[in-house]
Design a protein around this ligand. Structure first.
Ligand code: SAM
Length: 450
């Protein structure tokens, strides 16, 4: 199939690419740091990915995944081609975004970051166990304006017909583009090849299409070369939904065009550029039904505005000590559920019944009359938004001890009691509690460095 796709002349170069190592990378969280600052400050070597503004190549030696800033959500470790789909979907602050097949969150974290705290992301994955990792990754990125659920797409469609401004369908696929990085996927391919996945993809793309508002954009992507799964799925959509068109995307010289009528789609081949195999197609739903190009925006009902009155005293006191947290912009809503305090940013679907793992930001938990701030809150804050900060240099050995859940001593601070926001190089990692001049490590046990 590859020989047919590439031609006999080019095919040997494709095969030869499998003798080279795969390209490792990371993508910077622009809600926390800008890419230039990051590359100037990070102690390991990085090189820009030319087709993704905030993407970098790095060595696959584990330095990036063991650096404290990884734990601070400053970046996501991601193979450079896999950065492409989220970079091509034109998400704007204020959009309602759905990531239909989102776990473990490689693309959802970028879509959420592009919202810059306005609008919201619904990140879904049919697998409940994978959705847990998705939630963790979004929380690590400090995202408050999001919900994570684990539902079948047909169920989502009953709740959100024509609702979203932007949708990503990063479909389950036969993974042909990943064989260099993950040779085990070649074994899976023998069991479940393109025709198995093609049937699922056809269902998913139509369900997603019906959740998109008129005038909205959808990006369909896979990590396979298979024309049946790629162009075949896009053509299936175009045949079945006449209000959709395939549109050109921001182009990079190393990209290859899709086959036939899917010329505007992007194909990535490992012998033509520094990335693994991928496919991405940007589709637009006609705005003609609404006439104004913005589409009908159904609203969810739910209490709005200042609901801080429901907060128990200790949680309200903690909130009062924060200095304009970035996630508290706009009109949100506070919720108290089984001793846990949540903040739902403006417009979130708090009243919709689905298998949610999370709606909004877990602010913290009431333990009797005391309030304990959550790990997710620490990562949603900037250091300057909390009055008591313990900031270590990233290379200080105490940071790793903190991340491993060990005792962190000695510490020098004028604050002798209460919650401290522990930071590395100015970026929050988690909480500690001062007691008699000692810092108790409150780094969430489930998040520890192993
Ligand atoms: N977008 C993810 C990322 O960047 O980290 C990777 C997604 S992976 C290619 C495909 C995902 O689709 C898997 O996590 C799988 O559990 C999920 N999936 C499979 N069938 C699905 C379905 N019918 N509806 C929603 N998700 C599905």
């Amino acid at each position: 199939m590859m020989q047919k796709l590439l031609g006999a002349k080019e095919y040997p170069a494709f095969l030869a690419s499998y003798d080279h190592p795969f390209h490792a990378g990371l993508r910077v969280n622009q809600t926390k740091i800008n890419p230039d600052d990051f590359s100037n400050r990070v102690p390991f070597s990085v090189r820009s990915v030319p087709w993704v503004d905030n993407g970098f190549f790095c060595d696959a030696d584990g330095q990036a995944s063991h650096h404290p800033w990884y734990y601070g959500g400053l970046y996501y470790i991601q193979e450079p081609s896999a950065m492409t789909p989220a970079s091509l979907l034109p998400v704007e602050p204020g959009d309602r975004v759905l990531d239909l097949c989102a776990a473990p969150g490689g693309k959802a974290t970028e879509l959420a970051a592009k919202l810059m705290g306005r609008g919201f992301l619904l990140a879904n994955d049919v697998s409940a166990s994978r959705a847990k990792g998705l939630l963790r990754n979004l929380e690590r990125f400090g995202i408050a304006n999001m919900a994570v659920c684990s539902e079948k797409p047909e169920k989502l469609l009953t709740r959100f017909p024509g609702y979203f401004d932007k949708i990503l369908v990063d479909a389950p696929c036969s993974g042909e583009g990943m064989f260099r990085r993950r040779p085990d996927m070649a074994e899976d391919w023998k069991e479940r090849g393109p025709s198995y996945y093609s049937a699922i993809q056809k269902e998913l793309i139509l369900q997603a299409a019906d959740m998109l508002r008129p005038g909205g954009c959808m990006l369909y992507s896979t990590c396979t070369f298979s024309p049946v799964e790629n162009e075949g799925t896009v053509e299936w959509l175009l045949e079945n939904r006449s209000d959709f068109e395939l549109i050109p995307t921001r182009w990079y010289e190393g990209f290859s065009h899709g086959i036939g009528a899917c010329h505007h789609a992007v194909r990535i081949f490992p012998h033509r550029m520094e990335g693994e195999g991928h496919f991405a197609a940007l589709l637009r739903k006609s705005p003609k039904d609404s006439g104004d190009g913005t589409g009908h925006r159904p609203q969810f009902t739910g209490e709005r505005g200042d609901s801080t009155g429901i907060l128990p005293g200790a949680a309200a006191d903690f909130l009062a000590a924060l200095q304009k947290p970035s996630f508290l912009t706009g009109q949100g809503q506070w919720r108290l559920q089984e001793n846990r305090v949540y903040y739902l940013s403006d417009g979130q679907m708090g009243s919709v019944r689905l298998r949610f793992l999370r709606t909004g930001l877990l602010f913290g938990e009431m333990k009797k009359n005391r309030f304990e701030p959550s790990q997710a809150l620490a990562l949603a804050l900037r250091a300057e938004e909390y009055p008591h900060v313990l900031n270590f240099a990233p290379e200080d050995g105490r940071v790793i001890r903190y991340l491993k859940g060990e005792t962190v001593a000695p510490v020098k601070t004028s604050c002798t009691s209460g919650w401290m926001l522990v930071c590395a190089g100015g970026f929050p990692l988690g909480w500690g509690k001062m007691h008699n001049g000692m810092l108790k490590n409150k780094y969430d046990a489930g998040w520890r460095m192993l």
